[in-house]
Each structure stands twice: as structure tokens, then as C-alpha cells.
Design a protein around this ligand. Structure first.
Ligand code: FE
Ligand code: FE
Length: 203
């Protein structure tokens, strides 16, 4: 504890975000702290990751692409079609570069907060979940259920969020990063392995 100046980080990231994104960011910070209490994760890491998870979100898309190229960050086809996806990878990079974060756990939580990934660390799951359930969110249809679930079974909450997100994106609301599907298969198999192993292992 005590490696980071949270007040300073918060002031700095505020300058990079529009008002809505900043409020969302504070929501993620507090929700991540609450989840960290619940699951015995490091409170400071959770708050740092929460504060910085969207630090690259408000950069215009063409600049996001340019900044990724300058840093030799690989851009996939899906990311080129939906450059907002790049804010996670680029955000992890900027967290290190501009905010002095070296902890790979925190950087991983920022990097994977949009798509998730198979076998996430506790902090990765906390940020992924906090991003979805923080108090300013209101659109997702299962929110009340997922919010409750998040404090009972984090893996199941992650699984539900991935399922709902894929559903939403499948209905034509946005690009799907293949990593989201891999993540969903992984978490789905944790709970429903015996019932439909064959089905969920395809694609
Ligand atoms: Fe984000
Ligand atoms: Fe976010």
C-alpha cells in the first residue's frame, strides 16, 4: 500500500476525460474498491486500475490508431473497424508511460477491461465487472441481477456480463472482439461444462 498518490492520479486523469467519462471513472474506482473488499484484493491497485481504465477513451479514434502505431501496439482487423476497442490496450500503455504505473496486475486489468479474457486474475475480473455495474450505468437489462451477483460470485458475474455483452453486440450494436468470445467460452465452461461441452467448445 501507499505506492500511489490517488488524489494526484485522479486530478491528472480528469483532464483527459469528458465529464461523463470522468463520472463513470469515479464510479468504477469506488465499485472496484468495494469488490476488492469483498474478494480480498488489494484496495489501492483496484482504485488505481479503476481510475485509469478509460484513460485513453476520449482520445479521437484517428489519434488512437496513430498512437498505437507509434508504440508498436498491434492493431487487429476488428480494432481497425472499431477503434474504440483500442482504448484498453492504449490505456495500459499510457498508464505506464504517463502515470508511472509499472505493476503488471494493474496494467493487465486496464488492458483486458473491455473484452475480458480467459482465466482472468482477480483484479482483472474486478475491473471488468466494476466497469459494467458502476452506479452510473443504466442500460444493460440484467443490471440489478448482475450487481447483486457481483458480490456473491465474481466468476458467475463475469460469465453473465460476457453473455449479455455478446448478446447485445450480436444484435448488431457493435463489433465483437474474438477475445470476448474466448472469454465467454472459458467462463461458461467453468459452470456448465458437463451440460454442453461440445457446443460451447466450437467456434
Ligand atoms: Fe473502457
Ligand atoms: Fe469504462
Amino acid at each position: 500500500m501507499g505506492n500511489y498518490n490517488l488524489t494526484k492520479l485522479q486530478k491528472k486523469v480528469k483532464k483527459e476525460l469528458d465529464a461523463d467519462r470522468y463520472h463513470h471513472t469515479l464510479g468504477v474506482k469506488y465499485t472496484a474498491a468495494a469488490l476488492a473488499m469483498c474478494y480480498g484484493a488489494d484496495l489501492e491497485s483496484a482504485q488505481v486500475a479503476g481510475l485509469l481504465h478509460d484513460c485513453a477513451k476520449c482520445i479521437p479514434n484517428d489519434r488512437k490508431i496513430r498512437m498505437c502505431k507509434e508504440r508498436q501496439i498491434e492493431i487487429t482487423k476488428v480494432e481497425l473497424d472499431a477503434p474504440y476497442l483500442l482504448h484498453s490496450k492504449l490505456g495500459a500503455c499510457l498508464a505506464q508511460e504517463k502515470y508511472g504505473v509499472e505493476d503488471p496486475e494493474i496494467l493487465g486489468a486496464i488492458q483486458w477491461h473491455t473484452t475480458g479474457r480467459p482465466n482472468m486474475t482477480t483484479l482483472e475480473k474486478i475491473i471488468f465487472t466494476a466497469d459494467y455495474i458502476e452506479p452510473h450505468r443504466f442500460k444493460a437489462h440484467n443490471l440489478a441481477y448482475v450487481r447483486k451477483l457481483a458480490f456473491h460470485d465474481l466468476n458467475l458475474a463475469v460469465c453473465q456480463i460476457l453473455e449479455d455483452t455478446l448478446h447485445y453486440l450480436d444484435s448488431g450494436q457493435g463489433e465483437i472482439d474474438p477475445m470476448s468470445r474466448s472469454a465467454f467460452r472459458y467462463y461458461h465452461n467453468l459452470f456448465y461444462e458437463t451440460e454442453d461441452k461440445g457446443d460451447s467448445l466450437t467456434t
